[in-house]
Design a protein around this ligand. Structure first.
Ligand code: NAD
Length: 260
């Protein structure tokens, strides 16, 4: 039996990168995984990979900034599965560049996905989780939610917000009635497509992707970048009963990046 056998999991932003890694890992360990995203083609690829590996799941189009979309997704999960045990609030975007050059529209777009999306997920998932006797929520923050980074001020603001929002909700849910644990995960430098869209200040503000190997060999004590499965293994642990005594915690998975 898998480590989350028979559980029902919802992973936002599950079409790509870390979210896809989490969705595949949870499915390998026996969960039925609802993958949601706004990239339908890549969402279908994630689902195909899950199914090909013998897992169960489905893909739903879902913009995490849209409250009506959250209501529709949770209603479908309730109808088809009758419960929700695991929520991974993973969808996120990164908009880089000097703070003085950031537009209010970009600030708000980033905040809408990274922070409003997590709030709406918590708000709409908890009633269904509670009805099923409890659950585990994992919110994707970042090392950028632990300390500042130049040219990522707006991103740091959202990820720092996710960190403390997580702790506050964990305290509200830490009672026998809810039985819901809420934790944050803080990845370091992980190889995913997000780096293709973050503006790279090291390259004169163009959006050519940074060289993750070069950056990691200098900045990461373990000497290398990480991969989605490194984050997925931590998320799996937080999602499973193995972490039953863990709530309000921040799990840093960064090869030591934040310690240096
Ligand atoms: P990614 O771009 O590969 O995946 C993010 C996914 O979120 C994409 O599939 C995208 O379509 C989806 N998404 C974006 N806006 C959405 C919306 N409004 N509604 C629904 N889905 C939406 O990036 P990733 O690196 O896998 O990032 C996943 C999470 O991990 C993000 O929250 C990111 O901030 C965080 N993170 C990543 C790194 C890293 O180094 N890659 C480090 C720290 C934190």
């Amino acid at each position: 039996a898998g480590r989350v056998n028979g559980k029902v999991a919802l992973v936002t932003g599950g079409a790509s990168g870390i979210g896809r890694g989490c969705a595949e890992r949870l499915a390998q360990e026996g969960a039925a995984v609802i993958v949601t995203d706004v990239q339908d083609d890549k969402g279908a690829e994630t689902l195909a990979a899950i199914t090909a590996a013998g897992g169960k799941g489905e893909y739903l189009r879902h913009d995490v900034t849209d409250e009506a979309a959250w209501e529709a997704v949770i209603a479908q999960v309730r109808e088809r599965h009758g419960r929700l045990d695991i929520l991974v609030n993973n969808a996120g975007i990164g908009i880089g560049g000097p703070v003085l050059e950031m537009t209010l529209a970009d600030w708000r777009r980033q905040t809408a996905v990274n922070l409003d999306g997590v709030f709406l997920g918590v708000k709409h998932a908890i009633p269904l989780m509670r009805a099923g006797g409890g659950g585990s929520i994992v919110n994707m923050s970042s090392v950028a939610g632990l300390k500042g980074a130049p040219n990522l001020a707006g991103y740091c603001a959202t990820k720092g917000g996710v960190r403390l929002f997580t702790k506050a909700v964990a305290m509200e849910c830490a009672n026998a009635k809810d039985g819901i644990r809420v934790n944050s995960v803080h990845p370091g430098i992980i190889e995913t497509p997000i780096w293709l869209s973050i503006i790279n200040p090291a390259n004169s503000g163009t959006n050519a992707p940074p060289d993750l190997d070069a950056i990691s060999s200098m900045a990461v004590p373990l000497g290398a970048k990480g991969y989605p499965e490194d984050i997925a293994n931590g998320v799996l642990w937080l999602a499973s009963e193995e972490s039953r005594y863990v709530t309000g915690a921040e799990l840093v998975i960064d090869g030591g990046l934040s310690v240096r």
